[in-house]
Design a protein around this ligand. Structure first.
Ligand SMILES: CSCCC(=O)C(=O)COP(=O)(O)O
Ligand SMILES: [Zn+2]
Length: 211
């Protein structure tokens, strides 16, 4: 008899989706040196998330584990991502969030350094802003927040919660660290992540050209 408190088949499905997508992100160079972490919602009380410290470009099913919405491991000896709280806080806060992706690409990391002082990256006038759910025109602006980094996840999570109290958003940067993006499912989270990456590359390129 299966006494697990989550659906084993759903975990298998999510692990497959995470592994396939993260392989692509790793090939693009967005997960250097075991960085980055990835999760999907299993149900109201559980999420599947990458095990801490694994090479994200070579994930196998055993590298995906289950946590509850407080970030505690469920039915496993594995240690979850050091940043699990930044995933589960989104699942706990928004019932519709189904996937959270965190990467450390060069563009994301450089942009986080350049715009930390301003506290956000202003993205305006791009057709690609329509990639973010809720936007239907290029005639709009998105402020991508940049948070100070911390090794204390409670501190980071509190900063994110304070931002979410003020604005709707699909992602944020952490200074010198990387990008968090999310969506209702993997496809939407991927689209948001890819759009942020492209738009940050545009902003960095424009800065170079204007020098
Ligand atoms: C070597 S990267 C430092 C930790 C980090 O930022 C990260 O994204 C990966 O941490 P995890 O515990 O999820 O492997
Ligand atoms: Zn990280």
């Amino acid at each position: 008899m299966d006494t697990l408190p989550y659906d084993r088949q759903r975990l298998k499905h999510c692990a497959g989706e995470i592994i396939r997508n993260v392989r692509e992100l790793a090939s693009a160079g967005w997960t250097p040196a075991t960085s980055s972490n990835f999760s999907m919602r299993l149900d109201d009380r559980h999420a599947a998330i990458t095990v801490s410290g694994r090479d994200k470009g070579r994930l196998v099913e055993d590298d995906i584990m289950v946590v509850d919405m407080d970030g505690a491991p469920v039915a496993t000896e594995h240690r979850p991502s050091a940043e699990t709280l930044l995933h589960t806080q989104l699942y706990a806060r928004f019932g519709e969030v189904g996937c959270v992706l965190h990467t450390h690409s060069l563009n994301q990391t450089v942009a986080s350094r350049l715009y930390a002082g301003a506290g956000h990256v202003h993205l305006e006038g791009y057709e690609l802003l329509k990639a973010f759910t809720g936007n239907s025109t290029h005639e709009t602006a998105v402020a991508l927040p940049v948070l100070p980094n911390s090794q204390d996840m409670q501190t980071l999570a509190a900063q994110v919660d304070a931002l979410l109290d003020q604005q709707a958003m699909w992602g944020y940067l952490i200074d010198g660290h990387g990008l968090y993006a999310w969506g209702r499912d993997m496809a939407e989270a991927r689209r948001h992540l890819d759009a942020f990456e492209f738009l940050l590359a545009c902003e960095l390129e424009l800065r170079k050209l204007h020098r």
